[in-house]
Ligand binder design. Structure first.
Ligand code: UTP
Length: 297
């Protein structure tokens, strides 16, 4: 039996240029989605999948991320004095969620470069990578299924989502073959952001990976690719093309709800979709939304 997977790496060092000026002095992973920063949803997802050792790859403005998962004595004391137990519980929940460690990326040279910064912390065991701006709805299962597939096949696992063919140039895209499991495909090739009309499929890589430690050796020799950045997709392509190195690359096809909070339109959709379903907000928001839409039409 392979050892139980316990480590999650969360890259959160990108510049977030699509969200300027909001991200001028704050990481995009701290943008609130309803009333929680995006990064908290991601940490909660990791913890729910049994990953309690979290390494965050941070960049400039890391203070806000660190502070969010740390105690804040003055605020706690004030809430306690007021007897506001519900809010105090919310504040402490983020602090007590997991054992969060931090390492700086230095220059944001790409996602592959960010993941490589986890080498020392991860050591010689499989680990999960969750992008800090990508939210998977907690009502849908993804990460625990990926961990299961990794353990069964002793391979690398990537989350895939079917996208509209017009969107393939925004994602890493996979060439796949079917397996004996309906939601699992074998990945035989990967290409980062293919130009329009050249995508090998409409299966896009989304921000969840379960990797084997061999990825670090490959990242160390991966040259900058698309956009001049060291691309994780390029390193994964080496593993897909050479299944003998580390058991090959498989994809879990996700059919649930996913929000890319680094994209402005998806961010707005995420807030509306999550708020509409919330017990404390949905009842008031739903009729307002209906009215708003009818007036728009
Ligand atoms: P993105 O490409 O979405 O992030 O990376 P970005 O570069 O910040 O975005 P824009 O295009 O400028 O708006 C996906 C994830 O990888 C992390 C980001 O923080 C995000 O969670 N990342 C990206 C790093 O940690 N380091 C990098 O060098 C690049």
């Amino acid at each position: 039996m392979p050892a139980k997977l316990t480590k999650a790496v969360i890259p959160a060092a990108g510049l977030g240029t699509r969200f300027l000026p909001a991200t001028k002095a704050m990481p995009k992973e701290m943008l609130p989605v309803v009333d929680k920063p995006a990064i908290q949803y991601v940490v909660e997802e990791a913890v729910a999948a049994g990953l309690t050792d979290i390494l965050m790859i941070t960049g400039r403005n890391k203070a806000a991320l660190e502070n969010h998962f740390d105690r804040v004595g003055e605020l706690e004391a004030t809430l306690l004095k007021k007897g506001d137990v519900a809010r105090l519980r919310k504040v402490n929940y983020a602090t007590d969620l997991a054992d969060v460690h931090y390492v700086r990326q230095g220059d944001p040279k790409g996602l592959g470069h960010a993941v490589l910064r986890a080498k020392m912390h991860v050591g010689n065991e499989p680990f999960a990578v969750l992008l800090g701006d990508d939210i998977i709805d907690e009502r849908d299962v993804l990460l625990s299924r990926m961990i299961e597939v990794q353990a069964e096949r002793d391979c690398t696992v990537i989350a895939l989502l079917e996208v509209d063919p017009s969107q393939t140039e925004m994602y890493g895209i996979a060439t796949v073959e079917a397996t004996d499991e309906a939601d699992v495909v074998q990945i035989t090739g990967l290409v980062e952001k293919p130009t329009a009309g050249t995508a090998p499929s409409n299966l896009a890589i989304i921000g969840r990976y379960v990797l084997r430690p061999e990825i670090f050796d490959i990242l160390e020799v991966t040259e900058p690719g698309k956009g001049g950045e060291i691309q994780l997709t390029d390193a994964l392509q080496v593993l897909a093309a050479n299944p003998g190195i580390a058991g090959g690359v498989y994809g879990v096809v996700f059919r649930g709800r996913r929000y890319d909070t680094g994209d402005r339109l998806d961010y707005i959709k995420a807030i509306i979709q999550l708020a509409v379903d919330r017990d404390d907000l949905g009842e008031a928001l739903r009729p307002w939304l209906r009215d708003f839409v009818s007036k728009m039409e």
